[in-house]
Design a protein around this ligand. Structure first.
Ligand code: FAD
Length: 269
């Protein structure tokens, strides 16, 4: 164990081996179930957009949980988008952090939701529920994605309309972004839907996709032969979407064997 000296308050705490100790720079509550925050970025952390890291809070025997990095690989800071699990071991404390607090980030980063694990394709469909939008928040702000695909269709489903806020803010920031804004305005299509409250698009994403509503709303067709997809969200949603894509002839891929679609296996959001 190393001892980290925080010069600002002269407080000392132990940093577990293999961790960075980073400072919270921004914190924003979205709903009673969701919040986002930013931290400083360790200079030596190099990751691919779409990957995740393990994060925790300093203390005795810190609890670590997987978090998708919601900011793109070129960003100076790291962004995370989180659920508040009632009595959750990490998030019951994490939702109370403030700018200036310390977050532990394990040095190892990995993930399947990276474009390297997909075969080359024409359009990229990103299907997310809840906090599953986090890795796609990274990808849609990465210029490389716009070089690889003619169109990127981001589809976000939530239970309530207030939970669409993060995705709507993401779209605004992406369209206004100096680096990717022009490409995004040409190529990025955003669709969102709710299941429990009335909204312009209501229903499960699996149903909206299978019935052709998503294609109609996007104004582009899904071509199984040349389109690629990623799925991130609740277990039931992920399993149902995998089946839909497999039925259409796509094969799931991995870093070792690129394929037609990818899904995050252990995500619960
Ligand atoms: C690869 C990967 C990436 C992940 N990325 C994110 C992310 O970017 N943002 C994020 O909020 N979570 C993410 N998670 C989930 C995250 O790791 C934790 O499960 C979450 O922080 C809750 O931890 P906890 O200790 O507070 O809850 P725990 O005490 O561990 O309770 C876990 C229970 O909380 C519920 N739960 C956990 N996470 C969610 C969620 N995201 N949405 C709805 N219900 C949930 C489930 O019922 C689960 O059984 C990711 C998980 C994986 C495997």
């Amino acid at each position: 164990m190393n001892i980290h000296h925080n010069l600002e308050d002269f407080c000392e705490f132990a940093i577990p081996d293999g961790c960075f100790a980073e400072t919270v720079t921004k914190f924003q509550h979205h709903t009673d179930r969701l919040f986002r925050f930013r931290t400083t970025r360790p200079a030596s952390l190099r990751f691919r957009s779409g990957e995740f890291v393990m994060i925790g809070l300093p203390g005795d025997s810190p609890v670590f949980r997987a978090y998708s990095i919601a900011s793109p690989s070129w960003d100076d800071t790291l962004e995370f988008f989180s659920i508040k699990v009632q009595h959750g071991l990490l998030t019951s404390r994490l939702q109370k952090i403030q700018p200036g607090d310390t977050i532990l980030i394990q040095k190892k980063h990995t993930g399947t939701l990276v474009t390297d694990a997909l075969l080359p394709g024409r359009q990229l469909w990103l299907f997310a529920t809840g906090t599953g939008i986090a890795p796609f928040s990274s990808l849609v702000r990465d210029p490389e994605v716009y070089e690889k695909y003619q169109k990127i269709i981001l589809v976000h489903g939530t239970r309530k309309t207030a939970e669409l806020h993060y995705g709507n803010e993401l779209m605004k920031a992406t369209m206004d972004d100096l680096l990717v804004g022009a490409a995004a305005q040409q190529s990025l299509i955003f669709i969102n839907a709710t299941t429990c409250e009335s909204y312009r698009l209501k229903g499960r994403l699996t149903h909206l996709f299978d019935s052709g509503v998503l294609e109609k709303t996007a104004g582009v067709a899904f071509y199984p032969a040349c389109d690629r997809a990623m799925i991130c969200g609740s277990l039931g949603f992920t399993n149902d979407f995998r089946r839909l894509l497999t039925d259409r002839g796509l094969r799931d891929g991995s870093n070792a064997r690129p394929g037609g679609f990818l899904y995050e296996k252990a995500f619960v959001g």
